[in-house]
Design a protein around this ligand. Sequence first.
Ligand SMILES: Nc1nc2c(c(=O)[nH]1)N[C@H]1C(S)=C(S)[C@@H](COP(=O)(O)OP(=O)(O)OC[C@H]3O[C@@H](n4cnc5c(=O)[nH]c(N)nc54)[C@H](O)[C@@H]3O)O[C@H]1N2
Ligand SMILES: Nc1nc2c(c(=O)[nH]1)N[C@H]1C(S)=C(S)[C@@H](COP(=O)(O)OP(=O)(O)OC[C@H]3O[C@@H](n4cnc5c(=O)[nH]c(N)nc54)[C@H](O)[C@@H]3O)O[C@H]1N2
Ligand SMILES: [Mo]
Length: 704
Amino acid sequence: MRQRIYAEQRIPYPLRRVGNRGEGKFERISWEEAFKEIGQKLRGTIDTYGNEAVYLNYGTGALGSTMGKSWPPAATPVARLMNLVGGYLNHYSDYSTCQITVGMPYLYGGSWVDGNSLSDMENSELAVFFGNNPSETRMSGCKAKTLQHARFTRNTRVIIIDPRYTDSMVSVGDEWIPIRPGTDAALSAALAYVMITEDLIDKPFLAKYTIGYDEESLPKGAPAGSSYKSYILGQGPDKTPKTPAWASRITGIPPARIEKLAREIAGARPCFICQGWGPQRRSNGELNCWSIMMLPLLTGQVGLPGTSNGCREGSYSISLQSLPAGDNPIKAKIPVFLFTEAIDHGTEMTALNSAVTGADKLNQNIKCMLNYAGNCLTNQHGDINYAHDILADESKCEFIVVWETAMTDSAKYADILLPDLFRFEQVSQIGTGGDNAYMISGQPCTTPKFERKTLYDALTLIADKMGVKEQFTEGKTQEEWIKELYEKTREKDTELPTYDEAMEMGVYTRKNPKGATIAFEAFRNDPAANPLDTPTGKIEIYSETLAGIAATWELGEEDLISPIPVYTHGFTETDVPTDEFPLRCSGFHYRGRTHSSWGGIELLKEVNPQEAWINPADAKERSIKQGDKIRVKNAFGEIELLAKVTPRVVPGTVCISQGAWHDADMYGDRVDKGGCINTLTTHRPSPLAKGNPQHSNICQVTKA
Ligand SMILES: Nc1nc2c(c(=O)[nH]1)N[C@H]1C(S)=C(S)[C@@H](COP(=O)(O)OP(=O)(O)OC[C@H]3O[C@@H](n4cnc5c(=O)[nH]c(N)nc54)[C@H](O)[C@@H]3O)O[C@H]1N2
Ligand SMILES: Nc1nc2c(c(=O)[nH]1)N[C@H]1C(S)=C(S)[C@@H](COP(=O)(O)OP(=O)(O)OC[C@H]3O[C@@H](n4cnc5c(=O)[nH]c(N)nc54)[C@H](O)[C@@H]3O)O[C@H]1N2
Ligand SMILES: [Mo]
């Protein structure tokens, strides 16, 4: 924290851009000049283009009751200000879980479904993790510890299926099954093939709780041969039985291991099957994650202690009221990943070609962006070189405001850059959770330095220029809001300590009163009394709604939307290796950073260098040795970083952690010396969710 507060990259003063966008050249200005210019530009945009031309970009850097909303990070105090002056173009979903959040409700209903708590794994005989790495992605909070505890309480066996031998494998795994990324659906289909042909499935469970498994339970409108079972046995349109030999060619897993895994899963009682969000952050992500969820359904291992529903482990959280954002008069929303498209050609985006919701189409391109606590203009978004070309063109998005603590790559695209305070430099309160819930209440640990201001104070002064100061503050300071919001939370959650006690405690934790969350417990106990909110109230293995979407949406080539979970390789340009780009390149979330946050700190970089994991066989072919400087290249761009030559990655795939700071001369050769994987990712969204397929890449690797 000290390294971060006093970092060289921190922004001390309000700045105005003087160079080109992305160059990072700024001049110091006063707050008064900054507010005046922002007020004028906002007013000008609204008068000329309407409120729909103002966009609030995604950002997860600051969460808290008067900062961002806890989750999703859309309704920040910036939204409150914009709603007071006529609204703004909003987005839906997030970069974390887009494909699973949008895809899941067709199967299970509900806007979001989690699995059983991780602690419940202690009741399982076998746990199978698909692309789930809590030891690294849940380092803080309480899940990494829970994972260890649950694994060793009753000696639950843990199998981890991942292109990498992850830190979770190191800490709790019994066996690693290396898989080619993006092929879990082929593996799952072959596991289903073995279970069906060896009569290992739970037929009474499927009959009682699901539709679409076999021809008998298909909805009336569905064509013959379109059930899941027909697909698996080769009795559907593709006439291909999904045998272990078939899946082996796709996944790289030997047929005998697939057969054994099917018997192990079908034989274990209870069996805890879960996935992280790696398998869904792909061009075929919706189908890839859905296919994994078939395994607990085929074996009836859902809704009971020690099982799960194939999703990520459940959480128990404290949710605090946040500063009310008010109502947005603009109803149109875009998928979060499509903001670059909405700058470039928003008026061509419709419900049917871009999954715009709340309206049939957009009436305006984005002309002004307010970017608070996010590095998603470039660094964390897909295809940085493409994003740069769109953002650098000042005739497209005419005005960009960024609130930051550090001079990030996105900050370099700001027209006005405002120096923010960290949460720990102001009074703040945040509620969150893991296996147990917790709340952090904090007094500032130091006084504000230079001319940094809280977001709330900065917005108050912009609101003043826009003539809505009174409505924005309602006469309250930030701390008065925090107190008042906390009292509102306490009216509902009466167990919480008083405000003064909470501030004194700093960290307040609470155990899940149920011990563990069991997903779908009520539905399993009595499906008639507790139907799911799918059209049939059951688990829909065949979704007529999806069949309808597939028939009506305007889809591009290889944009496969299917009513049942099938395997597809995804987009050729990102998922099928070629002679020029013969390797797959898959990302992951890294212990050395939270995305790009902490990514500028030299001490952390020393212990967590930016490396590409490459298998010794692939390295040898290229004369690459451990620690060599290498270049990774594809059709979208080129990066430079170090080689980690290791058998901990499946041959034919390199793995690169996401979030390293992009460092390229964007008006020169554009080679990214920072090793940011988004120099190599696509901006093309996944078919159904229109989400970020940032783990789907192909590449070539050479010695630098
Ligand atoms: N290739 C690839 N790209 C990815 C992913 C991936 O797996 N692969 N993952 C995606 C996911 S899941 C996510 S959630 C996104 C995350 O993307 P972002 O939300 O952009 O997350 P960060 O990169 O951490 O950027 C947060 C920024 O907030 C700033 N910040 C921190 N505290 C404060 C504060 O108090 N005030 C202000 N104003 N700023 C602050 C930090 O300096 C940092 O620049 O990235 C996505 N991008
Ligand atoms: N230390 C740290 N923790 C974090 C974050 C961070 O940046 N750093 N970010 C936080 C945020 S906002 C989020 S959204 C979560 C992200 O959580 P996740 O999305 O679950 O994290 P990832 O590392 O992207 O993916 C998990 C694992 O999936 C593997 N994987 C990738 N593709 C596939 C595939 O096709 N099949 C299979 N079987 N495995 C695959 C990866 O190798 C990785 O080990 O993490 C959170 N926690
Ligand atoms: Mo995320």
